[in-house]
Ligand binder design. Structure first.
Ligand code: RFL
Ligand code: PHB
Length: 390
């Protein structure tokens, strides 16, 4: 089998890249380790920057997003029970974010790919990358019990943090930067209306809590938990009790409880691998970098990587220029590091760190007080939250 671009991973990065390439007449095959149902069962991100919304439109998958996505002009921060609204639209010169689940983005992209009749090989086993430093890379794998080989011009490594692509780069050619946080987020999805119209990020002495949503009828809540905790040990009741304790009274009273549709713990990590290119392999999305979810940036970074990579591949095939491919890693990393900084900062502002002392806590309080009182500081948060330009 031969194609122009072999894409490893059918998450949002791989599917979006595949869709843009297909519409530009560039042949591509996606190879995915899991089944489509499994990919769709993962509950992850919920907040899309305008840049990602625009890119989804360009990819031809903006219709349901326009109909069902919730446009948010602001969000609230809570510190020790006091609510403070950040008017994103006003502070950022008219920009907003859209609440639309990653599951729905993925579903729309899977359907669009199906309509175009482009191949995705699901449940591929033993995926391995070969000859990535030369002009004729190959991907080998097993599908439906058969050994297969895919020859290509380029490989796009869109297979997430645990994927095979980044690990295929010789260790000496890759530099990693990492920060692991001493806690995780326990998330719960419930078919009840959200406690507030906008997202509420809450700092509390018992730990961080977040009220988010997927629609006007479906809520997504998170509480900070120690890393040793297990989701199975948390009853729905215990979760809602803990959530309410950490929220300001008026928000806590509005939390509508119900049976959870999903409950899971995600660890928090900052990670960047540099460079994002090795020979004919290009890394995009979580395969190259991870942010803690506090700034809602992970999925949006996958989209900006795809924007740069798609433009570069289009230039290669349509304009016979490799300038975009050569600049890809530096361009992507410049944006990645700014989102890393913001996500790290939001995480520090809002969580309880077990090892922190009184000095650290006072600094955290002062940071928050400054944010409330300074328009300049609020503007910095708004500008980053709505998304820096591509
Ligand atoms: P994904 O989604 O991990 O997809 C990678 C795909 O590759 C497959 N794969 C392989 N395929 C073939 N061969 C192999 N050897 C393979 N190994 C893996 C996997 O099965 C999978 O299908 O990466 P991608 O496409 O880069 O997308 C990244 C996003 O999923 C991620 O950054 C976001 O979900 C992060 N995130 C958030 N991002 C936001 O922008 N806004 C948010 O509000 C937000 N909230 C979140 C989040 C992530 C969370 N968790 C669970 C980590 C909230 C949470 C709780
Ligand atoms: C979510 O809805 O899952 C979500 C929203 C905002 C975040 C992280 C996660 O910062």
């Amino acid at each position: 089998m031969r194609t122009q671009v072999a894409i490893i991973g059918a998450g949002p990065a791989g599917l979006l890249l595949g869709q843009l390439l297909s519409r530009a007449g560039i042949d591509n095959v996606i190879i995915e380790r899991r089944s489509a149902d499994y990919v769709l069962s993962r509950i992850r991100a919920g907040v899309l920057e305008q840049g990602m919304v625009d890119l989804l439109h360009e990819a031809g998958v903006g219709e349901r997003l326009d109909r069902e996505g919730l446009v948010h002009d602001g969000f609230a921060l809570a510190y020790h029970g006091v609510l403070h609204r950040l008017d994103l639209k006003e502070l950022s010169g008219g920009r907003t974010v859209t609440v639309y689940g990653q599951t729905e983005v993925t579903r729309d992209l899977i359907e669009a790919r199906h309509e175009l009749g482009r191949p995705t090989i699901y449940e591929a086993e033993d995926v391995a990358l070969h000859d990535i430093d030369g002009a004729s890379p190959r991907v080998t794998f097993r599908a439906e019990g058969q050994a297969r080989e895919l020859r290509c011009d380029f490989i796009a490594g869109c297979d997430g943090y645990h994927g095979v692509s980044r690990r295929s780069v010789p260790p000496a050619a890759l530099q990693s930067f990492e920060r692991v946080y001493p806690f995780g987020w326990l998330g719960l999805l419930v078919d009840r209306p959200p406690a507030a119209h906008e997202l509420v990020y809450a700092h509390h002495e018992r730990g961080f809590a977040l009220c988010s949503m997927r629609s006007a009828e479906r809520s997504r809540y998170y509480v900070q938990v120690p890393l040793e905790e297990r989701a199975e040990d948390w009853s729905d009741e215990a979760f809602f009790d803990e959530l309410r304790r950490r929220l300001p009274g008026e928000v806590a009273d509005a939390v509508a409880t119900g049976p959870s549709l999903e409950k899971s713990i995600a660890p928090l990590r900052s990670f960047v691998a540099e460079p994002m290119r090795f020979g004919h392999l290009f890394l995009a999305g979580d395969a190259a970098h991870i942010v803690p979810p506090t700034g809602a940036k992970g999925l949006n970074l996958a989209a900006s990587d795809v924007r740069y990579l798609f433009d570069a591949l289009r230039e290669h095939y349509h304009d016979r220029s490799d300038a975009g491919l050569d600049a890809y890693s530096a361009r992507a990393l410049a944006r990645v590091w700014k989102a890393e900084r913001f996500s790290w900062w939001m995480t520090n502002l809002l969580h309880r760190f077990p090892e922190r002392d009184g000095f650290d806590l006072r600094i955290q309080e002062a940071e928050f007080a400054y944010l409330l009182q300074s328009r300049a500081a609020s503007t910095v948060v708004a500008e980053n939250y709505v998304g820096l330009p591509y």
